[in-house]
Design a protein around this ligand. Sequence first.
Ligand SMILES: C[S@@+](CC[C@H](N)C(=O)[O-])C[C@H]1O[C@@H](n2cnc3c(N)ncnc32)[C@H](O)[C@@H]1O
Length: 270
Amino acid sequence: MQKKLAYADIDLAQWKEHTEVETDSLWIMDGRAKGDGHKLDYHGNFIPQIATQMFTRYTKAGDIVLDMFLGSGTSAIEAVNMNRRLVGVELKSELAEYVRGKIPPDVLDKDIHILQGDSASLKTVAQVKKTLNSMGSEYAQLLVLHPPYADIIKFSDLSEDLSNCGSTKSFLDMFKKVAKNGYDLLEPGRFAVLVIGDKYAGGELVPLGFLCMQAMNDVGFKTKSIIVKNIEGNEKGKGRDNNLWRYRALAGGFYIFKHEYVIVFWKPEK
Ligand SMILES: C[S@@+](CC[C@H](N)C(=O)[O-])C[C@H]1O[C@@H](n2cnc3c(N)ncnc32)[C@H](O)[C@@H]1O
């Protein structure tokens, strides 16, 4: 007899068969999954395995994923591959247009919707709601947030861009608005995932991961898990500078970032 989870296609009666599903909090990945529409064509995209794992554990076929920092559309491509639907929001219009070009025409604007907008704004919330309604749903069933890691990589000159925040405080204020909007758009009882790394500035570690986790908690999300993922296969051209970083680390008394966080949250039913 099947024993299906309410929010995923994982059959608990066959739990030993689901060997592809991660349940440990430390992810040492060999590298970036390639093919199936995925390309390393954007500085700062996440590895497709993050989407694969999260969609497998927290969604069923046909569920709607809401990605409020769509970037180059890794989650959109994986949604197509895994028979999930998706609404993605990206601030940069040329990038949103580029991602539209990567989506098979038969699902574009039907199962996969790419919107241009500022995810911190109420205008975008209204746009997402309208899109969800057109897909026959009041809410999204999984929220994905992969914000800029403050100002580490500058994504655009736009003032709404979180990478133009100016200070950690203003980054967190902007992030919290997105988190609140995401909370309101997510179905109660469902999950959210935050992908984020820390930064180092002025001789001090700035724990963006924990600060953003707190912001998520402040708007109502309960933390389920903190996954530490190695950053191998996510970075372009670091090899050349590896020795220099090692020298800097030894001289400066710090350790080189080799990990980022995949933090899983839950929106309570009530
Ligand atoms: C770390 S990247 C996301 C990468 C994505 N997960 C992928 O795999 O390609 C963050 C993205 O957020 C976008 N962004 C920054 N501020 C935004 C905002 N206020 N609303 C929507 N998108 C924003 C940036 O333009 C950038 O493309």
